[in-house]
Design a protein around this ligand. Structure first.
Ligand code: PGA
Length: 250
């Protein structure tokens, strides 16, 4: 059985008090039986406090980013080791906002992925095409290139420590969601690529989640798709009731 995951990416939202209030509400809601693993990803300064709060629950905490190097003169960066030292061992890599606003290239992302594997991190690796690529029927080509340039250069992939997130850039924060069938077709394509590049075992055990304007009213149909194993939720994860409704849609 593949892992089912719903993860909330809080991005650069919520100060300390707001983060604490939100996590308390999410913990309260999560006491009900849920059919998936739940992750939240607060901003760096609050990771430790949120993680400590979550220790009374099954909710896991991950960072939104990590440095491509282990230590040294990299002002503003945070390393795997620093995260590990506060009990955080999961991280989002390759989010389109990092690729777009911070100019993170495939080369840099491959460095980050290698370092995370070396440090035994759990990786949520995001890939996705932009609107122009989708409109010109190049979505699959873009995804294949992103895979070939980055994650497929890593030979020792452990599917239990990797979560792929398909996040069409045109759907992130825009209110546009991929149609369930569009998500399914791309997830299936990604799974097939993992089968070709690694093997059947990796591919069938790989959790692939969808991200891009998932809301309580759209979650169920997307999660029903056979190759969609959950969601990476941005905006809707900032509201504990919406997040809980999405979790309960799985
Ligand atoms: P969104 O963000 O749900 O606000 O579109 C998703 C994401 O960026 O992971």
């Amino acid at each position: 059985m593949r892992r089912k995951i719903v993860a909330g990416n809080w991005k650069m939202n919520n100060n300390f008090n707001q983060s604490m209030e939100l996590i308390d509400l999410i913990i309260k809601n999560s006491k009900k039986e849920s059919k998936c693993e739940i992750y939240v990803s607060p901003a760096y300064p609050f990771l430790k406090d949120v993680r400590i709060r979550c220790s009374s629950s099954d909710i896991k905490v991950m960072a939104q980013n990590v440095s491509h190097t282990n230590h040294g003169a990299f002002t503003g960066d945070v390393s795997c080791n620093m995260l590990q030292s506060i009990g955080v061992n999961s991280v989002i890599i390759g989010h389109s906002e990092r690729r777009t606003f911070f100019k993170e290239t495939d080369e840099l992302l491959l460095n980050k992925l290698e370092l995370c594997v070396e440090n035994d991190f759990e990786i949520f690796y995001c890939i996705g095409e932009n609107l122009e690529a989708r409109k010109s029927n190049r979505a699959y080509q873009v995804i294949e290139t992103q895979l070939n340039n980055t994650i497929f250069n890593i030979s020792n992939i452990n599917p239990k420590k990797l979560v792929m997130a398909y996040e069409p850039v045109w759907a992130i924060g825009t209110g546009l969601t991929a149609k369930p069938i569009e998500a399914q077709e791309m997830h299936h394509f990604i799974r097939e690529k993992f089968k070709n590049n690694y093997n059947n075992d990796v591919s069938s055990n790989l959790t692939i989640i969808y991200g891009g304007s998932v809301k309580p009213d759209s979650a169920k149909d997307i999660f029903l798709q056979p190759d969609v194993d959950g969601g990476l939720i941005g905006g809707a994860s900032l509201n504990s009731n919406d997040f809980s409704d999405i979790i309960n849609s799985i």
